[in-house]
Ligand binder design. Sequence first.
Ligand code: CNA
Length: 261
Amino acid sequence: MNDRPLPLDKIEAVAALIAESNRVVVFTGAGVSTESGIPDFRSPGGIWSRFDPDDFTIDKFLYDPECRRKQWRFLLNSGLFDQAEPNEAHRAVAWLESIGKLQCVITQNVDDLHQRAGNDPSRVYELHGNMRWIKCLGCYERFTLGSILQTGRESDEVPSCPHCRGLLKPDVIFFGEALPEQTLREANRHAATCDLLIVIGSSLVVYPAAYIPIYAKGGGAKLVIINLSETPYDANADIVIHAPAGATMSAVVEALRKRLH
Ligand code: CNA
């Protein structure tokens, strides 16, 4: 992954920024969850090297029954979202909430791992939805993935809504779909009013989510980016760390604990 030693001076500097901040917002992308075994989109071996992005467009999902079958088989067989557990980085973010530093988490991820690490769900703004939920496009009822998978495992067919027989869709944002308006508005507001934004594991190329660092900087916040590869916002950040999220965030927690005691 990245065997270079962690830049301890930068880790101390991030801990110092958190210590003097009161409204920290953490903004995460797929890179915060790769150490939990969920591949990201763009890294080598990532999801785009194994799947056709076209299968994740809303148009194709609606008109092509084979696309829906593929999606369903992926949900049934990949085990990705069933088996993944929060890693050190998710736990570090949850710890920031437990010590009263964290305003909220804004995430592009759909894996539920921040909530499972201990963040209060009301403080997690999911810009792209949540894979653990299935929505009926007929009556808008939501079901847990677990309850629908149980029905789905009994037959090879794509299951339909148990209430109205409508089309079921993972409650995540497909290409071509609008982001959830209120969640995006709230997320932008938190970004614009925080005093420190920490980006963890995002290539910062997917819009409108990637506007979050711009809103934060525009509101006068400090910006920290922790990501394996370079991002288009590195030049605007106060601190950039190109290192794995888990080890970096654990080291930040350790440095911060020392400062707070
Ligand atoms: P991306 O564009 O795939 O970028 C991920 C970034 O994370 C890359 O720049 C990597 O260098 C970096 N990265 C990978 N592993 C690590 C690590 N261990 N530590 C630090 N950095 C790392 O993903 P984005 O989130 O920026 O793009 C947004 C897409 C990806 C959203 O639509 C997500 O819904 C979608 N996605 C989510 C998941 C998930 O829920 N876990 C998985 C795959 C894709």
